[in-house]
Design a protein around this ligand. Structure first.
Ligand code: 4AD
Ligand code: MG
Length: 520
């Protein structure tokens, strides 16, 4: 049945045909045959999103749209975008109907309010046009100064104008998908009965024990108060102790899991590691579920189901944006030599990931595969391969991209390259850790079963120089009703990279923080 947009007393409905003079009976009408899609009381609520309009059939209905000019040609055709979709609405200005002065103001990125009639388009490329009856410039945009001209710009250039890059098709698609992924994260855990726990941003502990933290302090930088030994006296600092931005919410998450059973966190985390790569940010978002009564295998099962769920969600909700990014990537890959191009396009890759089980291997098996590989035999790896090493990105990528060609869950790493809280295996050499490696990304998830045995945990803390005094509250979970438990952390931006195919992590977060860069 044909659906049209109808306006009645300032409300806009989607319904099966508009009734003239339905007047005051809109309530009963709306209950029976139409859905109110906008309850409008002010001018600005009265707009209809272009994404909604493009789903309609043009049937001479009146609408008001608001957005930004992408292009204006022949003094007649405006491509208007409002950020709800990459598709522009073509606004047609009848020749002679509008003032010359007004036409001059239809410059790229000027903001407009346009009211008019939706009509079937005479032109190619779009189903319908908006025949403008009333055009108002809400904000002018000086074409001499506007840096984002309607042409292809490099991603590097767009990073320098990150405050405007949302107005491009690429970033429109990336950030609509990022939103959907975030929404799907909450939906997945909510449906499973997990509690969303907000863990602190400012902490006094170093969860990962890696020491890569940003200090939080209000002490003066010049001549700070000193202790008798000559070190900075943090007892005089704001919190009366040394504090930093959190590197992970896990330790607090474990406190939640040992009361609620299943919790997750989803918040910003900070690492002062000086890694200038396409996979590292100093400020990134992490999702950290933590589950009581879980072992490593349960943990891996959950992580796999979670990743597949959020990808599937985006494939259903953001098909148009994914298609745009698929084409963008194909175009980008044309610049590469044939042997470096992906075998699957973006959507085929995502479909493959949701439809196939992830590979599961132990760290020891991974090292064996690397040692047997043609790449190793031909000395293609830059870094040495031997049991006990922390796998480098080249090794991880060999495993997922060349050997298995799918996501791989690697378990049971040597204890010396992992954190103090991971559960010791019976061999005394490895811990119940798991990393998930994804094609094109490398490590996307890091997690483990946790050491629930108090004596083993304190033993490891002593060996690794982690203070028991400072983490007395963490150790209490092992003192009072300890349980087997496990959890993991998914790097949200790496996930957005995987789903959008964006090569650089700086292009999937609105305002990236990296070494020597914190603009905006
Ligand atoms: O492996 P990581 O360091 O693990 C943890 O922080 C654990 N506490 C998680 C847990 O078990 N609850 O970090 C987890 C993930 C990595 O796999 C990676 O995806 C992402 O966080 N990540 C980063 N993403 C962007 N920039 C960085 N500098 C990142 N460091 C880690
Ligand atoms: Mg890790």
């Amino acid at each position: 049945m044909r659906q049209v947009l109808c306006q009645n007393k300032g409300n806009i409905y989607v319904q099966n045909g508009c009734r003239a003079g339905a007047g005051n009976s809109f309530l009963s009408l709306s209950l029976r045959t139409s859905t109110i899609i906008k309850q409008s009381f002010t001018m600005f609520n009265r707009r209809t999103r272009i994404s909604e309009i493009l789903k309609m059939e043009p049937a001479e209905q009146q609408v008001t749209v608001m957005g930004w000019v992408r292009t204006f040609r022949n003094n007649q055709f405006i491509a208007l975008n409002d950020g709800s979709t990459n598709h522009n609405l073509q606004v047609v200005l009848e020749l002679g109907k509008f003032d010359e002065e007004l036409l001059k103001r239809m410059t790229t990125s000027a903001s407009l309010k346009v009211s008019g009639t939706l009509v079937a388009s005479l032109g190619k490329g779009q189903k319908m046009d908006l025949k403008a009856e009333h055009v108002e410039v809400l904000g002018d945009s000086d074409p001499e100064k506007y840096p984002l001209q309607p042409k292809k710009h490099s991603l590097e250039f767009l990073r320098e104008i990150a405050h405007l890059r949302f107005r491009t098709n690429t970033f429109g698609s990336v950030f609509r998908i990022r939103h959907s992924l975030a929404f799907a994260v909450h939906q997945f855990f909510n449906d499973k009965g997990f509690i969303y726990l907000h863990t602190p941003i400012i902490t006094s502990s170093d969860a990962e024990g890696a020491g890569e933290m940003f200090r939080v302090s209000t002490l003066p930088l010049i001549n700070p108060p000193l202790t008798e030994e000559g070190s900075i006296d943090f007892t005089q600092d704001f919190f009366g102790r040394a504090t930093n931005l959190t590197v992970s919410g896990q330790l607090e998450g474990e406190l939640g899991a040992t009361a609620f059973g299943d919790i997750y966190t989803f918040g910003p985390t900070f690492r002062a590691e000086n890694s200038n790569t396409a996979r590292h940010l100093a400020e990134f978002w992490m999702i950290e579920p933590e589950m009581a009564f879980y072992d490593l295998e349960d943990n891996a099962d959950l992580a796999e189901a979670f990743i597949q769920y959020i990808i599937r969600y985006v494939m259903e909700r953001n098909a148009e944006d994914l298609e745009f990014l698929r084409m963008r990537l194909l175009d980008e890959e044309k610049q590469k030599p044939q042997n470096e191009r992906s075998e699957l396009d973006l959507i085929e890759k995502l479909r493959f990931v949701v439809e196939n089980k992830f590979e599961r291997i132990t760290y020891t098996e991974a090292i064996d595969i690397l040692l047997q590989s043609p790449a190793y035999k031909k000395k293609k790896f830059q870094y040495e391969v031997k049991w006990g090493m922390d796998m480098q990105s080249e090794h991880e990528r060999y495993l997922v991209e060349k050997h298995f060609k799918k996501p791989v869950i690697v378990t049971n790493y040597p204890k010396d390259i992992k954190s103090f809280y991971m559960r010791m295996n019976d061999d005394g050499k490895t811990v119940a850790a798991m990393d998930i490696l994804a094609p094109g990304i490398g490590e996307i998830v890091g997690g483990s079963q946790r050491e629930e045995r108090l004596d083993r945990l304190t033993g490891r803390m002593d060996e690794m120089g982690v203070s028991q005094d400072e983490l007395w509250w963490y150790l209490d979970t092992r003192r009072f009703g300890t349980v087997p438990h496990a959890g993991f952390g998914l790097g949200f931006e790496r996930m957005v990279q995987f789903v959008t195919g964006m090569g650089n992590i700086r292009d999937v977060i609105a305002f990236p923080r990296t070494p020597k860069s914190a603009e905006f």
